[in-house]
Design a protein around this ligand. Structure first.
Ligand code: PEP
Length: 248
């Protein structure tokens, strides 16, 4: 069975005061069997990792450059994330694809660099609203993975997040059978790429996961957790989602 993962993407939100949410999250309830990962802005990674110490929440970055180092103003290297205390990194998020023109080829190179640096990768894929309406979701997701998922002998450090672009931050969520169909396709791709180890790759759903819909989403086959944006910013909203995953 894959690990259950509840990952929070804080995007460009959060400051020093937000560290209190981490304490509240840890106080909320034990989450047996759930790996919790918070991906704050880069400026908070070191502070958050130090604040957490040995407690059971991992810290991740939201992106890294494909190069190990170099003249790339404003970018961050995978090894810098590691030095700051990150163990994970989100790559291929639709906001990076849209805002920074990241292609699948670039994302694949980032994944390879991140794995080489020792990071666990959360690789995001998902269709736009137009692609969803055109009925080509499966083709888009398959193509993104064909191009962005590298050959690697480290599949245990790869997690794939299915995030329909139109579901992010909108309150809209695909129907259960639609999520099930995409996750089944991702599982098949993972098995083809990694053999039996592909069964252990966690596949997360992301897009408007809330306390109200989390249990139903986690009941869908091949949903091993969630990548959560808005609802991960407060312990009050994120901890019931984590609890739903622990109980799934
Ligand atoms: C995300 O940005 O990865 C995300 C899933 O956001 P939200 O939960 O706010 O839809």
């Amino acid at each position: 069975m894959p690990r259950k993962i509840a990952a929070g993407n804080w995007k460009m939100h959060g400051d020093g005061a937000s560290l209190a949410e981490i304490d509240a999250l840890l106080d909320a309830q034990p989450a047996p069997g759930v790996d919790i990962v918070i991906c704050p802005p880069a400026t908070l990674i070191h502070r958050m990792a130090s604040h957490i110490g040995a407690r059971p929440i991992a810290v991740g970055g939201q992106s890294c450059h494909a190069a190990a180092k170099g003249a790339h103003t404003g970018d961050i290297a995978a090894s810098m994330l590691v030095e700051a205390g990150a163990t994970h990194v989100i790559l291929g998020h639709s906001e990076r694809r849209a805002d920074h023109g990241e292609s699948d080829a670039m994302i694949r190179a980032q994944v390879e660099t991140a794995l080489a640096a020792g990071l666990n990768v959360i690789l995001c894929v998902g269709e736009t609203e137009a692609q969803y309406k055109a009925g080509i979701t499966q083709d888009i997701v398959s193509d993104q993975l064909a191009q962005a998922l590298p050959q690697t002998d480290m599949p245990a450090r790869i997690t794939i997040a299915y995030e329909p672009v139109w579901a992010i931050g909108t309150g809209l969520v695909p129907q259960d059978h639609e999520i099930a169909a995409v996750h089944a396709t991702i599982r098949a791709i993972s098995l083809r790429a990694f053999g039996t180890a592909g069964a252990e790759v966690a596949i997360l759903y992301g897009g408007s996961v809330k306390p109200e819909n989390a249990a139903a989403i986690f009941a869908i086959a091949n949903v091993d957790g969630a990548l959560v944006g808005g609802a991960s910013l407060s312990a009050a909203a994120f901890s019931p989602i984590i609890a739903a995953l622990a109980n799934a």
